[in-house]
Design a protein. Structure first.
Lengths: 160, 621
């Protein structure tokens, strides 16, 4: 279901152009507004719909199998940390509003800057451990599992 | 040529493609390479790129060792069974023992992971899957990658990897072009971690016309991980192991949460359970070791995904389609109904749109399922990808050459779909593989393995000419005709893609032939592939956007050629339900309990195939 852009709502800001994973939201050079240049490479991922500050982008079901007349709209809010959906059926008999969290933390504040974390000791560099391991593997003091610790070996041949 | 050449020099770790694998790599590289120069080159915008761009409603690979749920070897045995034995178990064990540490960090970063209200334990969808509100999964992990990277180059289509001109078979960086400015970008780097993704759209999709982008794996998954690595001469493994998905019809909405959490089930058009009646004959094909219907419940082994597909396909062929998902029972519970819808909105909005458009309310109507066209990838229930070294403390000699997740090209590492033989990694496992590759890449540099790399001006100039050739082909050939897209001198990317998809479908076992092929068909297919290869030298691009599509097609082509070669090599039907070799309809453990490994010569394009031994994890006596 390819996206399309409402003429009166789009101001040509380019947020959709910036985010589209498929590189199909482009600015029309004459109208200076965005549009979907290649609908058959659209995954209906809604990245552009969510990114549009004016809700100017919507989706119309793929012409090859989706009848006209229904609607799935969305509002994503990083400050509130939520995403709100409204699904309206074609026959008008179902009209659902659904809300989900998109994060549990103030947006973008809880991701570590690894450049500022103390450098790993030489012994750790030569081990199989990754950052925050072994602690984060099982959130305890256990060592990282190995073949030996788990009493395993790798054998060539046919095993099921 | 008016496009500028922009050179980024002295890179230590270049991440090509920042989906879940690439973001994991960039994030982790900073810890092991405090002073190293880490650069990301991404085709789209890393906030919404890769297979997880849209979000996910579950993390499908989580052990839960902290709650005593599973050990890494349990997951390896599950993956082995699901893939009919064909898994690089050293890589799979390594991924599984690290994966939980990635998930625990995601939660700290703000990813909403659902927990059981009473016990506080992550809410399970199935034995390996946990449920998340993952609409912003990708932007959250992208933030971690951005914090670690020195520079992020968005909108760079990487077309080729650079090779060292001073030492054979050693990586030296990558080149590509900016899909907006058109500028030529050269990244000179000591190591490359390739996370450029698996392949959708190489087999003809069921969707047609405007809907052709409605595929299961993202349409921007252009097989570039394979195209780039094959082009650099890296050995590949298990490329015949394409995957077919049983999914909600047309929208390809996921069924995992429906089966596992909502406890929905399938039936034929008569309302009958149909799977079990196909199993006796199937046991004859694959052997009791892989499908033992009488004792399956005792062994606790899962029924492999491909075998369930087989029953589906055969039931439809017997005239008792469509297969329905029985949702009408579960959806009477308003809580489960809400989960069913959230599941789509979190990862496949298109399915929700389709049901709204067609007035399918799963509370009152059981939706149809279908089997998809095949996909070539290495992180879901299949293991296509590069032949990579495993970790030192786990891997046997044949699987180890110094650096974890390094391909057979020195300094070229893989993550996610790029690494072969590691199915069931999914998002969290791909991120983990990126982390493993990053640590190993830093070690490779610190060990002095990247000393003395030289990239000649000629290599850079030759690649530049090659990259922009489709624009020139268009300019030269265009004016010979009045107008339109029919030209005797060239084909455009869409025409080339249509031809590739038709060929893969008809000769390599697509849905159009019920996933059937044989030696004769594969040989004809390879002959036609050779001429398509010649025509791709004459592909034309009208603008920079079409140039992007032209190079995606070239990557898909290299991927497809490899799939053909591997499918031809493995003379058995290992995964009924994924594809069939009509001339060898049985699973053959005597000759084919092995991994297939290919090498395409960088200069000549000639393929050589070999078998590699399979090692399995067994309990110490």
């Amino acid at each position: 279901m390819p996206t399309f852009v409402y003429m009166t709502r789009c101001d040509g800001c380019g947020q959709c152009v910036d985010i589209c994973p498929s590189d199909i939201m482009h600015i029309d050079k004459t109208l200076r507004r965005a549009y979907n240049i290649e609908p058959n490479m659209c995954w209906e991922c809604y990245s552009c719909v969510k990114a549009c500050p004016h809700h100017a982008i919507d989706v119309r079901g793929y012409a090859d199998f989706a009848p006209l007349g229904s609607s799935v709209r969305v509002h994503r809010d990083e400050e509130k940390g939520t995403i709100a959906w409204r699904i309206k059926f074609r026959n008008g008999q179902k009209d659902m509003e659904l809300l989900a969290p998109i994060t549990t933390k103030p947006w973008g504040t809880c991701i570590p800057q690894l450049a500022d974390v103390a450098a790993p000791a030489a012994a750790v560099v030569d081990s199989e451990l990754l950052f925050n391991e072994p602690k984060y593997v099982a959130m305890n003091d256990n060592a990282l599992p190995t073949l030996k610790s788990n009493k395993l070996s790798l054998k060539e041949g046919v095993y099921y | 040529m008016t496009y500028k050449t922009i050179i980024e020099d002295d890179i230590d770790v270049l991440v090509v493609g920042a989906g879940l694998g690439g973001t994991g790599a960039a994030f982790e590289a900073r810890y092991w390479g405090k002073n190293k120069k880490i650069v990301i080159a991404e085709k789209a915008n890393i906030d919404r790129s890769g297979a997880v761009a849209q979000g996910l409603y579950a993390i499908n690979c989580y052990m839960g060792t902290r709650w005593g749920e599973n050990n890494p070897e349990d997951h390896v045995r599950y993956a082995r069974m699901d893939l009919m034995g064909m898994v690089r178990e050293d890589l799979a064990f390594d991924m599984a023992r690290h994966v939980d540490s990635a998930v625990h960090q995601f939660e700290e970063w703000g990813l909403p992971i659902m927990r059981d209200e009473k016990t506080g334990v992550y809410l399970r969808e199935g034995r390996w899957q946990i449920m998340i509100h993952g609409e912003s999964y990708k932007p959250i992990v992208a933030e971690a990658a951005k914090k670690s990277a020195d520079k992020v180059f968005n909108r760079i289509c990487v077309t080729h990897l650079l090779m060292d001109d001073s030492k054979d078979n050693r990586i030296a960086g990558a080149v590509g072009f900016n899909v907006r400015t058109g500028n030529y970008h050269v990244f000179k780097s000591k190591t490359v971690i390739c996370g450029a993704g698996g392949a959708s759209n190489i087999f003809k999709p069921r969707s047609v016309g405007e809907g052709a982008g409605r595929v299961w794996y993202a349409p921007w998954s252009s097989g570039s991980a394979y195209g780039l690595m094959i082009g650099a001469g890296a050995k590949m493994t298990q490329m015949e192991n394409r995957i077919v998905l049983a999914r909600f019809k047309d929208g390809y909405g996921p069924v995992g949460a429906y089966f596992l959490h909502l406890k929905t089930y399938t039936q034929n058009c008569l309302g009958e359970e149909y799977e079990s009646k196909w199993f006796p004959a199937l046991t004859e094909m694959v052997g009791k070791e892989y499908l033992d219907t009488e004792n399956q419940h005792l062994s606790h082994k899962p029924i492999p995904t491909c075998l369930r597909n087989h029953a589906f396909i055969n039931e439809v062929n017997a005239g008792r389609g469509p297969i329905h998902m029985v949702t009408m029972e579960a959806f009477q519970d308003p809580h489960l109904e809400e989960i069913g819808w959230h599941n789509f909105l979190g990862m496949t909005v298109g399915q929700a749109v389709l049901w709204a458009a067609t007035d399918v309310d799963p509370k009152y109507e059981n939706p149809e399922l279908t089997t998809s066209e095949p996909y070539v990838m290495g992180s879901h229930a299949t293991g296509c990808g590069a032949w990579c070294s495993g970790p030192e403390d786990v891997s046997p000699e044949e699987y180890f050459w110094g650096y974890n997740r390094m391909s057979t090209v020195e300094g070229l590492f893989g993550a996610g779909d790029a690494v072969g033989g590691t199915p069931h990694a999914f998002s969290s496992g791909s991120f983990t593989e990126g982390r493993l590759a990053a640590k190993a890449a830093c070690k490779y540099i610190d060990d002095g393995k990247a000393a003395g790399i030289m990239v000649s001006d000629k290599q850079i100039a030759d690649r530049k000419a090659e990259i922009y050739k489709p624009l020139e082909t268009y300019t030269v050939g265009r004016n010979e005709i009045v107008a339109g897209s029919v030209n005797p001198n060239y084909i455009n990317p869409r025409q080339g893609l249509d031809r590739l998809q038709k060929m893969m479908d008809e000769y390599c076992g697509g849905f159009g032939v019920n996933y059937m092929t044989n030696e004769k068909l594969l040989q004809i297919g390879l002959k036609k592939m050779a001429t398509l290869g010649e025509d791709l030298d004459k592909i034309a691009a009208e603008d920079i956007h079409e140039l992007l599509r032209a190079w995606e097609l070239k990557h898909r082509y290299l991927t497809s050629e490899s799939v053909f070669q591997h499918t031809l090599f493995r003379k058995e039907t290992r995964w009924p339900g994924y594809y069939y070799r009509g001339d060898a309809m049985k699973l053959d453990d005597k000759d084919w309990h092995v991994l297939t490994v290919s090498h395409r010569d960088r200069e000549t394009g000639q393929y050589t195939m070999e078998k590699a031994p399979l090692y399995h994890l067994v309990d110490e006596a």
